[in-house]
Design a protein around this ligand. Structure first.
Ligand SMILES: O=C(COP(=O)(O)O)[C@H](O)[C@H](O)COP(=O)(O)O
Ligand SMILES: [Mg+2]
Length: 486
């Protein structure tokens, strides 16, 4: 969709009154983004009768320098440079009223190393702008110059594996269940059983902090006792993500310090604590040699519907900049939202050294990572041992596979549930390394291994028919590599 520049030049540009955004300089179809520009792709759904180009210009304006009327004080600034520029608008395939608007922002609009500052512009007031029915931030191109101002993951995949001494296979974890209500002592028993049975990690759930039934100190003490006992029993390094999420930064630091004092290798935070708190904890984790796990609690309130909000691929990018080591990124086959093609895009963002544009995976831009560490994606939510071949095929090797119900709900108990998952993983890795076609032979490979592993046999029998086959709400709009480029 093209419309020539309508920017008013000279002194008429600064006449008092209301002027269309495209006339104020926020629509510049000839603009060529600079290497150092931040670029955003928004899905715009204009109100009836609103011209899509004007809507795109308004988004550029409201997310950068503009207000609703002309202000003469623009002339006291380098306004042409600071104005964000909508430079391209495409109709979204298979829609009548939706448009992808590409907007370029000068790097000087943003404070170095601050997600809070970036987001206050890009997803600030503009999301409430009345002429739009809906607005979704689909993707961003963060230039190398800007990426370099962030710390990135505190530890990274390579060093995490070295510290854990685990290579060549996904890591295995489990979320302690029930989510709420266990006492510290019983909680510790779940952790011990799961780790002794063969998992590498257990984890606190997103909503367990410090409630009347279990103080956070109780939890940390019993978890670390379980970790130490399981390490002694198995000779392997184990961990339990201790959730330090709390009401204030002071509380979170206190909890993190205690986790460190007890010898934990990993702590956990929830996305709901906010970007500044996440960045603070990432810096703390870097200083204290701690792995930092991020649970994306809350994201679905704004990532899941395509008509308004922020795509999770953008949340994944911001999280990598902010400095977390783990991020929940979806399972495809489990109980929670996750289209395979879209989810692949999230995993690439976490693990690539350079993420190329791939419209079929929802990736709109080439994204350099400028040597920032890689984030370990975490697959969690309604998965079980019988899906091991699919998980390995879809998600690859650098991933934590987390089975909460799929460990603790095992008919023979928690340790048996853990063993089932470990044996399923190891037999699948062996088969893959032997060159077998694990996607098609996967069920046979598992059944074969189950002949000499009763826990695996029972896991397969218990959960064999469990699938969550529902239509995804967030599949890519371009099904094949299109010619569009930023
Ligand atoms: O407690 C669980 C999963 O438990 P279970 O394994 O018993 O289903 C996590 O909170 C979800 O993984 C969150 O979802 P996501 O990972 O998609 O953010
Ligand atoms: Mg949970």
């Amino acid at each position: 969709m093209q419309q020539a520049s309508q920017t008013i030049k000279g002194k008429d540009r600064y006449k008092s009154g209301v002027m269309e955004y495209r006339k104020m300089g926020y629509w510049e179809p000839d603009y060529e983004p600079k290497e150092t520009d931040v670029i955003a792709c928004f899905r715009i759904i204009p109100q009836d009768g609103v011209d899509p180009i004007e809507a795109a210009a308004a988004v550029a304006g409201e997310s950068s320098t503009a207000t609703w009327t002309v202000v003469w004080t623009d002339r006291l600034t380098a306004a042409e440079k600071y104005r964000a520029k909508a430079y391209r608008v495409d109709q979204v395939p298979n829609t009548e009223d939706q448009y992808f608007a590409y907007i370029a922002y000068d790097l000087d609009l943003f404070e170095s190393g601050s997600i809070a500052n970036l987001t206050a512009s890009i997803i600030g007031n503009v999301f409430g702008f009345k002429p739009l029915k809906g607005l979704r931030l689909e993707d961003m191109r963060l230039p190398t110059a800007y990426v370099k101002t962030f710390q990135g993951p505190a530890t990274g995949i390579v060093v995490e594996r070295e510290r854990l001494d685990k290579f060549g296979r996904p890591l295995l974890g489990a979320t302690v269940k029930p989510k709420l209500g266990l006492s510290g002592r019983n909680y510790g028993r779940v952790v011990y059983e799961a780790l002794k049975g063969g998992l590498d990690f257990t984890k606190d759930d997103e909503n367990i902090n410090s409630q009347p039934f279990m103080d956070w100190r109780e939890r940390f003490l019993y978890c670390m006792e379980a970790v130490n006992k399981a390490q002694a029993a198995t000779g392997e390094i184990k961990g339990s993500y201790l959730n330090v999420t709390a009401a204030t930064m002071e509380d979170m630091y206190e909890r993190a310090e205690f986790a460190k004092e007890l010898g934990s290798s990993i702590i956990m935070i929830d996305l709901v604590i906010g970007w500044t708190a996440i960045q603070s904890m990432a810096k703390w984790a870097r200083r204290n040699n701690m792995i930092l796990h991020l649970h994306r609690a809350g994201h679905s309130t704004y990532t899941r519907q395509k008509t308004h909000g922020v795509s999770f691929r953008v949340i994944a990018k911001w999280s990598r900049l902010a400095g977390v080591d783990h991020i929940h990124a979806g399972t495809v086959v489990g109980k929670l939202e996750g289209d395979p093609a879209t989810t692949k895009g999230y995993y690439d963002i976490c693990r690539d050294e350079f993420t190329p544009q791939k419209l079929e995976n929802g990736i709109f831009f080439d994204q350099p990572w400028a040597s920032l560490n890689k984030v370990m994606p975490v697959a969690s939510g309604g998965i079980h041992a019988g899906q091991m071949h699919q998980l390995l095929d879809l998600l690859g090797e650098d991933v934590v596979l987390q089975f909460g119900g799929g460990t603790i709900g095992h008919p023979m108990g928690i340790a048996a549930g853990a063993t089932a998952n470990r044996v399923a993983l190891e037999c699948m890795i062996l088969a893959r390394n032997e060159g077998r076609d694990i996607v098609n032979e996967g069920p046979d490979i598992l059944n074969e291994a189950a002949k000499s592993c009763t826990p695996l046999k029972q896991a397969l029998d218990t959960w064999k028919d469990v699938t969550f086959n529902y239509t995804s709400t967030d599949s890519p709009d371009y099904q094949v590599t299109a010619t569009a480029s930023a």
